[in-house]
Design a protein. Structure first.
Length: 295
């Protein structure tokens, strides 16, 4: 079986893996995301130990995904200052003369879930992660959605919860979706990390209120056939019921399809691949660029 490499470059850690297109992971390693000078040598060292035909990279963003741009392959306006304008793709290409694909971490997770995960069998899905930040990737008719750049769905504006006086913490937009509903915002607002707030219903009702507004917009604009909610915040037991309730109230019967009116628990779900969505998608991206080079 041909082996491919995957890099899921997250804001907290880089997950590197080697596996095949069936989803089988041969080996994986987690490396803290500190600075490029500290993190990248460990990433390179991992792949030097393996013989892979191609590598797929999914990175935290924003990133430049325009192949005609002089900064294609760069991490761009990230709030992680050590990584701002870092040429991630080129740093890997310099070490390995093999095909290397480059996209966002949420886009490759969407690909993994569409091909081998919870959205297998449908031709469109949306993958949203809610953790250190909020991002989303859309997989439509077998392709990742991309235009001028990759989607930045975590930075849409939402209405404030009536009981929320928190200012928001996005360094660019203040109280956008990420600024109000990502993990660091929850911690700053409530004084503790999300995983320690499981029994506080008001925390998850507010989170559900914000996420439901975002999902309403995504459904009305993209109309995906499956929505997958990943990331540490969405793993909290109480949050989905509030998402469902607020979303039904917001849509108010306007989208008259059973997936939305009566089967939200089957339409908006957790990842089928669990924590492997990103690296699985990275392997699939690696296979894609490998096949493209063979043509």
């Amino acid at each position: 079986m041909t082996l491919f490499g995957a890099i899921e470059a997250g804001g907290t850690k880089f997950v590197c893996a080697v596996g095949d297109v069936t989803g089988a992971i041969k080996e994986r390693v987690s490396i803290p995301t500190t600075t490029p000078d500290e993190t990248m040598p460990e990433v390179i060292s991992f792949f030097k130990k393996h013989s892979v035909e191609a590598i797929g990279i999914g990175s935290f963003g924003p990133i430049d995904v325009d192949k005609d741009s002089p900064t294609y392959g760069n991490i761009t306006t990230t709030p992680k200052t050590a990584w701002k304008d870092f040429p991630l793709l080129q740093a890997v290409q310099k070490e390995f003369q093999i095909p290397i694909g480059f996209n966002t971490d949420v886009n490759i997770a969407a690909m993994g879930e569409a091909v081998l995960g919870a959205a297998k069998g449908v031709d469109s899905c949306l993958y949203i992660t809610v953790g250190t930040g909020i991002g989303a990737g859309a997989y439509i008719n077998g392709e990742l959605l991309q235009g001028l750049t990759h989607p930045e769905m975590g930075h849409i504006l939402v209405r404030r919860h009536p009981k929320d006086a928190y200012k928001g913490r996005c360094p660019y937009h203040g109280d956008c979706l990420e600024g109000l509903a990502a993990g660091p915002a929850i911690e700053e607002r409530w004084g503790d990390k999300a995983f320690n707030l499981g029994d506080q219903e008001e925390v998850w009702e507010m989170e559900g209120y914000y996420m439901a507004q975002a999902l309403m917009q995504y459904i009305l604009i993209l109309s995906p056939k499956k929505i997958i909610l990943g990331g540490g915040v969405m793993n909290q037991e109480h949050v989905l019921k509030h998402v469902y309730q607020h979303l039904q109230d917001l849509l108010n019967g306007y989208v008259p399809y059973p997936q939305v009116t009566t089967h939200l628990h089957e339409y908006i779900i957790r990842p089928g691949l669990g924590d492997n969505a990103g690296i699985t998608g990275g392997i699939l991206l690696a296979e894609k660029v490998y096949k493209e080079q063979q043509k």
